[in-house]
Design a protein around this ligand. Structure first.
Ligand SMILES: Cc1ncc(COP(=O)(O)O)c(C=O)c1O
Length: 400
């Protein structure tokens, strides 16, 4: 009998982490590498949030807490959903976990039976299909194209639903495409779901606050109140408050589901870090002004990157509504030959040659289920981004 569980052979390690490691290796070897792989803001956690954590330590808030969150944080989350999303949840409908990642994982493990299908629009965040597989379910990718800005149409959703569909996973704004669904697009998706009452919706709103050009963020339970009873609205403090390392995510949803998620958490990790929970209370209830300030910078970077990429030969880059990613197509470079003599057959070849030749680290689109594309994270100093885009232009220009 081998050591490893059979279920482990169904999942693969994260491609985004692999690129980050490769870039770090080249850097250690003395190469000048610009890493555009990381999925976290380059801003520091705001001071008021750090101070709240220090105060929590000093006042002894350093012990086990209730498994799925302290009452003060649940109150702050209830208020956040009411204030920002027009959603009414009771504290008994709130779950707090160690990052949005644990919340999503708990929800899938708590609900999937073998053979249950989970619809995941592609390109998708790398962890969704693997979490579904670990939970014993079957991910069902729904393809999208650049023409719809990598958003799933209502018709494509309709075609993917079967009697075995358990969940639809929505992620808007999206990692990796930055695409965000408008209110009317969500209403169209909601109209399809209304016809299929056995399908639940897991909406990952992690990038809610990172939207540009006056885009109005909405979430599906707000747009389609008839779906409220079968929607899990997932969010967290990682991206909006530059708190990726603190590990706090949360969700609002039906009590039965929230209780089941707590049961899993109680037998695995127990409560998320007590200090981080107090920091998250401050994040959600304290001053919010820096979000808008950061967004001005993110929008400038997005505009710069989109414009420079669209000037690169063979690259087509839609202008996404949010997050801090762009997801250009490199279809126009496939079949061409790099100065190294390598002919680019896939987006993985594109990414590897770009890293070797120009020292720019990006992630291949196929890792997110859509290609030939690549993902750039523009949560990086503007100057480095400009240099990276110049190098991408030079790389594309060098292909024969
Ligand atoms: C779409 C999406 N969902 C969830 C997460 C997880 O966030 P965290 O676990 O830090 O809250 C990420 C992080 O990269 C993400 O991009």
């Amino acid at each position: 009998m081998g050591l490893l569980a059979d279920s482990l052979s169904r999942v693969k390690p994260s491609a985004t982490i692999a690129v980050t490691n490769k870039a770090a290796e080249l850097k250690r070897a003395g190469r000048d590498v610009i890493g555009l792989g990381a999925g976290e803001p380059d801003f520091d956690t705001p001071e008021n949030i750090k101070e709240a954590a220090i105060a929590a330590i000093r006042s002894g808030k350093t012990k086990y807490t209730a498994v799925d969150g302290i009452p003060e944080l649940k109150d702050a989350i209830v208020e956040k959903f009411r204030r920002e999303n027009e959603l009414d949840y009771k504290t008994s409908q709130i779950s707090v976990g160690t990052g949005g990642k644990q919340i999503l994982y708990n929800a899938l493990v708590a609900t999937l039976n073998p053979g249950d299908e989970v619809i995941v629009p592609a390109p998708y965040w790398v962890s969704y299909p693997d979490m579904v597989l670990l939970g014993g379910g079957e991910p069902v990718a729904v393809e999208t194209t650049g023409e719809t800005g990598y958003k799933m149409t209502a018709a494509a959703l309709e075609a993917a639903i079967t009697p075995r569909t358990k969940w639809l996973v929505l992620n808007s704004p999206s990692n990796p495409s930055g695409a965000a669904y408008t209110r009317s697009e969500l209403a169209e998706i909601g109209a399809v779901l209304a016809k299929h009452p056995h399908v639940w919706v897991m909406t990952d709103d992690m990038y809610e606050h990172l939207v540009y050009d006056d885009f109005e963020f909405t979430t599906i339970a707000q747009v389609c109140p008839e779906l409220y009873d079968r929607t899990l609205t997932v969010n967290g403090v990682s991206k909006a408050y530059a708190m990726t390392g603190w590990r706090i995510g949360y969700a609002g949803g039906p009590e039965q589901l929230i209780k089941a998620m707590a049961k899993i958490q109680s037998q695995s990790t127990s409560n998320p870090c007590s200090i981080s929970q107090w920091a998250a209370v401050e994040a959600l209830t304290g001053p919010q002004g820096f979000i808008a300030e950061n967004n001005i910078v993110f929008k400038q970077r997005r505009d710069l990157v989109v414009s420079m990429l669209n000037q690169a030969s063979g690259i087509q880059c839609p202008n996404p509504e949010g997050a801090f990613y762009v997801f250009p197509s490199c279809a126009g470079t496939i079949g061409r030959t790099a100065p190294s003599g390598k002919t680019l057959a896939t987006d993985e070849d594109f990414v590897t040659e770009l890293l070797e030749q120009e020292g720019v680290a990006v992630v291949q689109g196929s890792a997110f289920g859509t290609g030939p594309n690549f993902r750039i994270s523009y949560a990086t100093a503007t100057e480095a981004l400009e240099t990276a885009c110049e190098r991408i232009q030079r790389f594309c220009g060098s292909l024969k």
